[in-house]
Design a protein around this ligand. Sequence first.
Ligand code: ADP
Ligand code: MG
Length: 263
Amino acid sequence: MAKIFCVANQKGGVGKTTTTVNLCAGLAKVGQRVLMVDLDPQGNATMGSGVDKRSLQHTVYDVLLETATVAEARVKSERLAEAGCSYDILGANRDLAGAEVELVDVERRERRLKQGLDAVAPDYDFILIDCPPALSMLTLNGLCAAHGVIVPMQCEYFALEGLSDLVNTIKQVHANLNKDLEIIGLLRVMFDPRITLQQQVSDQLKAHFADKVFNTVIPRNVRLAEAPSYGLPGVAFDPSARGSQAFVEFAEEMVARIGSMKR
Ligand code: ADP
Ligand code: MG
């Protein structure tokens, strides 16, 4: 049965999509069966997995509106298969921007994604959901479907400030909607150890959140930034890059953590 994780942070540009696609590729590389769910109308995770968002017959939008099942809407990427790190993709495109409004009058509207994913959970070890940069109905659907949240963050001065809104939202969802939900961990991304401030914020994070901070640190690495323009996660595009190796290491850390969650 799949363990389901949201990659969430209400700030934009903090590395959610990069984390989602590279963790998916890393997990696939170490032998896990993985589904990537793109829950952002921008469709970056879809394109970054080698799937043209404009060519999709069905997307996560259909799953939310119940016009298609996940089994009907999921696709594979040939590019990922060629690179030896294949995962399934439940894609998104701009249609998804309308879902927010269309779900307003729907019953149990925050549980649509969960219902859809439950049906395919036996097919996978991991399902990762790339959330949009807002605490919206879309993100709420992600949080209701998930067992845990992975929070990518840059070690910058305002990083901790934004975190409290997300932590409060997660607490509310945990209390009212999804008692399985927990923060699995904070992932330090785009890290540059030469910058003293980043080192300081990293130390603060560890002091406040202790073992909720993942051991793996993702370095700032230009190959990770270049990979999306080739329609691939860095892990598939240039496996030898430092950033790619860090994401494979992170995949191994996730597998180990999930092993200890089951016990
Ligand atoms: P989000 O999904 O949170 O908006 P993205 O994953 O799209 O964030 O990342 C924002 C930008 O930062 C993108 O241009 C991406 O390529 C770049 N980026 C993300 N992680 C790294 C990294 N570790 N090193 C260098 N660039 C990165
Ligand atoms: Mg994104």
